[in-house]
Design a protein around this ligand. Structure first.
Ligand code: SF4
Ligand code: SF4
Length: 337
């Protein structure tokens, strides 16, 4: 696959060439960054550490209409997903996360809504040169320049961006913007390797998942779950903002004679998530719910799909209002084992 250089002065022009293709960019609103469709002439600033809401929302919306129907017997109306989406500035952990949830949405049944959007998306990534305080991607199979799930990777080399195509879609982006790009020599590639090695060394948090997937079932009744969940508020932030969390609920909404069936993000940290109509709840307290969250990511998903369902983005640590820290929990798991 090819690699080219883009001088930073040409960045707005480069973005302008992608603008006709339903371009989504990271945008700051105060200190909150989230991905949103680009406004006309908007060239995103790539000097950000990561978005608060992961870009999964572009392919797995927080609320999505599955179909509309009329109470009095008209045909179903299923929304068509036809638009291309270009996601620009996706961090490598979030792109890797998408390959992890792909496995779920194409497992026992193919999810046509999710898979159609995935097919329509071109993912342009941005390598991390300044990892966040709680990033630990290198512990769980990632790296600040991982290309898993990406079509094109951008690396900030200072005066220039290095653009490396990973897939045919990435090659197509290079072709469409060829008049703005310069050839690379070996030098920028070596420069990239040095920058990424330095970025890896800046990652201060780590976990060692060796033995955790097989060991977690032995800790089912361990007192650690009471300890690590004692302060949990059950707010669901850790799961709503996690790039690999994918649970949803489906509901019908009716207004007059018009109705729609929609799905919305749900969270296993909510009490109602497992509440049976009988009133019984198999995960009645936050102890069981926290145990499930960790087991799901570090044991069940590994059993089923052979990959840990955590990419070490650090969001759940950064944003938990009571500072519950998954790296710390995994440290306690290792100790207990
Ligand atoms: S973000 Fe923290 S307090 Fe909220 S549900 Fe998750 S662990 Fe509990
Ligand atoms: S569990 Fe936490 S660190 Fe892991 S991917 Fe989800 S939000 Fe990121």
């Amino acid at each position: 696959m090819s690699a080219m250089l883009l001088n930073k002065e040409k960045w707005p022009e480069f973005v302008g060439k992608l603008a006709g293709k339903n371009l989504w960019v990271p945008r700051a609103d105060g200190d909150v960054i989230s991905f949103a469709p680009a406004a006309e002439g908007e060239a995103p600033d790539l000097e950000y550490s990561n978005s608060r809401v992961p870009p999964k929302q572009a392919v797995f919306p927080q609320t999505e209409t599955l179909f509309r129907f009329k109470v009095e017997g008209e045909d179903l109306e299923v929304p068509q997903i036809e638009d291309q989406i270009v996601l620009l500035g996706v961090r490598p952990c979030d792109a890797r996360a998408m390959t992890i949830i792909d496995k779920l949405f194409s497992w026992d049944e193919n999810d046509p809504y999710y898979l159609k959007r995935r097919e329509m998306v071109t993912m342009i990534g941005l390598a991390c040169t300044e990892p966040g305080l709680n990033c630990f991607c290198t512990s769980v199979g990632g790296s600040p320049a991982s290309t898993d799930g990406l079509d094109l990777l951008i690396v900030d080399l200072g005066e220039n961006y290095l653009l490396e195509a990973v897939t045919e879609k990435g090659e197509a982006v290079l072709k469409d913007t060829a008049d703005l790009l310069d050839e690379t020599t070996d030098d920028p590639i070596q420069q990239k390797e040095k920058i990424i090695k330095e970025a890896e060394q800046k990652i201060k948090r780590s976990v060692d998942p060796e033995g955790v997937p097989e060991g977690l079932p032995r800790l089912w009744e361990d007192p650690l779950w009471q300890r690590v969940s004692a302060s949990c508020l059950g707010c669901g932030t850790c799961t709503f903002l996690c790039p690999t969390c994918h649970c949803f609920d489906i509901q019908d909404e009716t207004e007059g004679f018009e109705s729609r069936r929609c799905r919305t993000w749900d969270s296993c940290m909510f009490e109602e998530y497992t509440l049976h109509t009988s009133g019984h709840n198999p995960r009645a307290t936050r102890r069981e719910r926290t145990r499930n969250r960790i087991n799901h990511k570090y044991s069940y998903y590994v059993d089923k799909f052979d990959v840990i369902a955590c990419v070490g983005c650090g969001r759940c640590i950064n944003l938990c209002p009571v500072n519950i820290d998954i790296v710390n929990i995994l440290g306690q798991v290792k100790e207990a084992l």
